[in-house]
Design a protein around this ligand. Sequence first.
Ligand SMILES: Cc1cc2nc3c(=O)[nH]c(=O)nc-3n(C[C@H](O)[C@H](O)[C@H](O)COP(=O)(O)OP(=O)(O)OC[C@H]3O[C@@H](n4cnc5c(N)ncnc54)[C@H](O)[C@@H]3O)c2cc1C
Length: 488
Amino acid sequence: MKAVVIGSGFGGLAAAIRLQALGYQVSLYERMGVLGGRGASFTEKGYIFDCGPTVITAPESLEELATLCGKKLSDYVELLPVEPMYRLWWDQKSVFNYAQDWEHTLQEIVRFAPEDLAGYERFFAYSKKVFDKGYTELVAVPFLHFSDMLRVAPDLLKLRAYRSVYKTVASFVKNERLRQALSFHTLLIGGNPYATSSIYTLIHYLEKKWGVFFPRGGTGALVRGLGQMFQDIGGKIHLNAAVDDILLDGKRVKGVRVSGQEVLADIVVSNADIMHTYKDLLQDGKKTRQLARKDWSMSLFLVYFGLKKTYPDLAHHTIIFGHDYKKLLDSIFKKRTISEDCALYLHAPCRTDATMAPPGCESFYVLSAVPHMTDMLDAAYWEREKEAYCDHIFDRLEATVLPGLRQSLDFVRITTPRDFEKNLMAYRGSAFSLTPSLIQSAWFRMSNKDPDYEGLYFVGAGVHPGAGVPGVVNSAKATVSVIENERT
Ligand SMILES: Cc1cc2nc3c(=O)[nH]c(=O)nc-3n(C[C@H](O)[C@H](O)[C@H](O)COP(=O)(O)OP(=O)(O)OC[C@H]3O[C@@H](n4cnc5c(N)ncnc54)[C@H](O)[C@@H]3O)c2cc1C
């Protein structure tokens, strides 16, 4: 049996490995010159930059892939623990170290918001309950029928999944900054904490349970490791190989067209952007119109930069909060405008792995969440404004955690929402596909198996369970379980 996988994001790689391990002859086609999609990396002047994911969680989902191949993940890549998992920064006097260690967390809460200690302990217990249901039981289960949704509805109601993450956190703790510290995680998967279902509080427990990791050599090393694992069990990778069409025989998929060549296959698994798949690869007008009406997640503005200087006191992951959390999130998710205020995530990988930059130097990336592309915030807008927006971000970094940044600047590269659209074929330049709202989750999200085209399946951020490395790796588990069931 032959399978084609379109796209080499974490979801595509995980699906390719699973199918190859099941006995399919798998060919993976990636339109870019490197593997990884949002998880790709690049090296300039000796600085190594991961383009996207840097917070690696739920390592068991990656280890499971290695086990299926009769290997160990450590044969391919070393995962280094990161502690504190994050540093949350409001101003010089208001800093919260968000650790995995339980005692350390309690001490930080006593220092930061002593009145919330008991509330935090109750929140932690709630987040464990949500994890036991939402992650352990449902994350890798496909929701193909409405009855699958009905089956879990009572549990979701019991956990009050209709409430937002922020509202849920606020019901446990009073300190506004602690509320932000316990609710910002949904932003890492494209969700507004004020609108995303409280199911996503499970991330808190997930990080506490397994920790946060950074692959030695960067996320790029993890991606290359998965690529190697796939090839070691006989899979074939084709880079610079854009799929132009999914070929049909009536309503049955029969393969793909790549650079004018037909490649026949029994099944096709698309890891490409879901809109790109329906609009460009299938030219399905009805699905395209349906998808256009859905709520697409925010985009990101990123600056990758190298400094001829080190900042040993920084943490590996720092979140620099803006001045007004709610107002800023409204401008990104509701008004879709660029605000003066910005919240930044700063990645300083040399804190964990000094080889990410030449000696005496550091590589960084900083990201600012921005709205997805609109008629106003289009390609021309970003081309015109990108230098000024980068300056704005550097001003903020110099005033907060990287004083004197510009004096030692050695390399800069900017990525705007337009680059997500152009390079990754992401609809509206969305960084995380469909938003993870309750009405776009589980059965309501796009299906792991297409209901109309036989032999067509999906993995990645657009389908259940959604964005984030653990999400898309588990989407591959859900999708391949459907394929396996249909085969037997
Ligand atoms: C800046 C950033 C930071 C993030 N940080 C984190 C983090 O710290 N932790 C975390 O867990 N998650 C993080 N995420 C989210 C996570 O990276 C993504 O949700 C996940 O990597 C998406 O994987 P995917 O499987 O959906 O595929 P994608 O990464 O979207 O890859 C899809 C691939 O398909 C290819 N493709 C598209 N069209 C075609 C075609 N026609 N033919 C061939 N190939 C095609 C694309 O080139 C691409 O390589 C981050 C995301 C971003 C953008």
